[in-house]
Design a protein around this ligand. Structure first.
Ligand SMILES: Nc1ncnc2c1ncn2[C@@H]1O[C@H](COP(=O)(O)OP(=O)(O)O)[C@@H](O)[C@H]1O
Ligand SMILES: [Mg+2]
Length: 298
């Protein structure tokens, strides 16, 4: 090395400094836990090695099946057990609605909002034109403008130092698509947006995303195929069809897809209790003794 000119040595030093900085960064990322447990017993049971941090997961299903409750419980576990920063993108209701919903399960998020560990990217309140926004919330004036939503999201992630830690929750993608439903090409533009979130969030920063999506909407059937193809994880949530035929709503979920993690694929039956999601056995069918009346003699 010493026989080289000073200029060259300087260059070499500079280059090696940059590569050292990069490798420190990479080492830091490599050293981080690559997966995390959800903290929800029923979910952890079917995902024994957890959910990889580099995944964008969709919670897909009919209205009322429990997608939002699942997200809320995941969020609370991330905040309380993992102690990681979280961003909640609310499209369906104001931040206060989430606070109240979670409070009904005894999940108090006020202290996380106060400490800055949880922040809202509020894509709902533009409807009300609020005069003041709480400090834990970023108010998006026009959520139809996906570019402004995305740039606000990544600024927030930067501010909250979300790199290999933390998670982002989106409730719901359906509502985000609905904002631009009159302009069909824009709905597909939104899909591109989801792709770029996945590239910049889970893939580049190792920050998992969870997005709820109301799937039986026929308006988005073609979009759903593309979306499901793109994402890393799919959790289906449904009412068991056999029981639904008889008017009973029995909630079930299953892991349809989870890239890079072993998982069971059977349907898990659950109930929403006062303390969240709890696995229960599939009810025994109540057989009716009614027989067709055609053979009845007069
Ligand atoms: N705070 C609560 N306490 C008890 N049950 C609840 C509570 N919140 C929701 N549920 C139950 O969970 C169901 C699913 O709610 P939700 O997760 O909002 O559905 P989705 O987001 O799939 O439309 C509700 O219909 C209700 O039965
Ligand atoms: Mg919901």
């Amino acid at each position: 090395m010493t026989q080289f000119s000073i200029g060259l040595t300087f260059k070499t030093v500079t280059i090696s400094f940059i590569s050292t900085a990069k490798s420190v960064e990479t080492r830091r990322m490599v050293g981080l836990p690559k997966s995390f447990e959800t903290g929800i017993d029923a979910v952890d049971k079917v995902l024994p090695k957890g959910i990889p941090r580099n995944s964008l997961t969709i919670l897909a299903g009919d209205l009322g099946t429990g997608k939002s409750v699942l997200m809320e419980q995941l969020l609370y576990s991330m905040l309380k057990v993992e102690k990681e920063p979280c961003i909640y993108m609310n499209f369906e209701g104001p931040p206060i609605a989430l606070q109240q919903d979670m409070e009904s399960f005894g999940w108090d998020i006020d202290r996380y909002l106060d400490s800055g560990q949880l922040r809202f990217l509020d894509c709902f309140s533009f409807r009300m034109e609020p005069t003041e926004t709480p400090k834990y919330s970023h108010f998006v004036k026009d959520p139809k403008d996906l570019h402004s939503v995305t740039s606000a999201l990544f600024t927030m992630m930067e501010e909250m130092k979300m790199m290999g830690r933390g998670a982002v929750f989106v409730d719901s993608l359906t509502e985000m698509f609905t904002l631009v439903q009159e302009e069909r090409p824009l709905v597909f533009h939104m899909l591109d947006g989801v792709k770029s979130w996945r590239a910049k969030g889970p893939k580049e920063r190792l920050v998992p995303f969870f997005c709820s999506h109301h799937t039986p909407l026929r308006a988005y059937a073609d979009l759903d195929d593309l979306l499901f193809y793109v994402v890393d994880g799919i959790v289906d949530v449904r009412f068991n069809p056999g029981f639904a035929d008889r008017g009973l709503l029995v909630k079930q979920f299953r892991i349809r897809k989870m890239k890079g993690a072993p998982h069971e694929t059977h349907w898990v039956t659950f109930q929403v209790t006062a303390s969240g999601i709890v696995e229960v056995p599939l009810p025994v069918p109540v057989l009716t003794s009614d027989k067709p009346r055609t053979s009845k003699k007069k």
